[in-house]
Design a protein around this ligand. Structure first.
Ligand code: UDP
Length: 271
């Protein structure tokens, strides 16, 4: 599929105009960043794994009635999505204490919360994505009150569903970040959809038995090879055969593996 012109180059993804009006091609890069870009590395295989994991999870979410921007996966690194008007708010859902909340509030990592904790951050790199309240979102006009209610409802349903899905494969969903956008249909009706991605870049997943961290904390905190962790997640989700590895012996991504996987996918795809 021919890509249109580049419209955005982010830390982990590049966006191109899609083939039809209102579509975008989302390209997953191998770049890993942490600390708002202060730490950076190119990790071959990360883009392909995130594309595959995110395509799968957004498809599962659509199946339980959460509207998303995802249309279909195109190739190893790219997916076709609907163009949305992004709401400049990052929604973080926490089940277990980890990351910035521990640092900021002096809390112990690993403690289970009695119920899911929702946080909102203003999406503004220059300001380091500051923590904001629901009132900021409505009063400053980033979303209407009814839109925010819908976003909160979606975030909690996503948490319930994905916590169960990951628990079933031995992974604890510790926390994650979501982004939402608005989309307008032919009749001018505007609705909220889940946008961006859901991958180990923006969630924490711990092995339920060993406590091993399988997500981007491996990179942020130098805890081990990032691809090894992401590969475990993809294998547990059944997205990569158990006996395969995404990297060849020389460290390059095994493009043939992804080609083969997409052929299998296409064979079973219902038109
Ligand atoms: N997160 C993210 N993008 C951000 C900040 C956080 O995807 O800009 C995710 C992060 O991967 C984690 C959750 O949101 O799963 C909570 O992150 P936290 O606030 O602890 O910040 P972090 O420790 O990731 O800087």
């Amino acid at each position: 599929m021919a890509k249109g012109k580049q419209i955005y180059n982010g830390k982990a993804k590049t966006l191109f105009e899609g083939p039809d009006e209102g579509t975008i091609i989302q390209h997953f890069k191998d770049d890993a960043t942490a600390g708002n870009g202060l730490k950076h590395a190119i990790i071959p295989g990360k883009g392909a794994l995130n594309n595959r994991i995110s395509s799968h999870i957004l498809t599962q979410l659509e199946a339980i009635g959460i509207p998303t921007h995802f249309i279909r996966s195109l190739n190893m690194r790219e997916q076709l999505v609907r163009k949305v008007d992004i709401i400049p708010v990052e929604v973080v859902v926490r089940n277990i204490l980890a990351g910035t909340i521990c640092k900021k509030l002096g809390l112990e990592e690993g403690e289970k919360l009695p119920e899911a904790l929702l946080e909102f951050y203003y999406k503004k790199d220059e300001l380091n994505d500051p923590l904001i309240s629901a009132d900021h979102i409505v009063t400053l006009g980033w979303a209407e009150e009814y839109e925010l209610e819908e976003i909160v409802d979606y975030a909690l349903r996503i948490n319930d569903f994905l916590s169960g899905m990951f628990a079933a494969i031995g992974l604890r969903l510790v926390d994650f970040k979501l982004e939402f956008g608005r989309i307008e249909d032919e009749d001018g009706f505007v609705s909220i959809v889940l946008a961006d991605e859901f991958s180990p870049d923006n969630c924490r997943l711990w092995d339920m038995e060993t406590g091993e961290k399988m997500d981007k904390d491996r990179f942020r905190r130098d805890l081990g090879d990032l691809i090894d962790g992401y590969e475990v997640i993809a294998k547990k989700l059944g997205l990569i055969p158990q006996d395969c590895t995404v990297r060849k012996e020389n460290g390059d991504v095994d493009e043939k593996l992804f080609e083969r996987l997409s052929l299998i996918e296409n064979k079973y795809r219902v038109a």
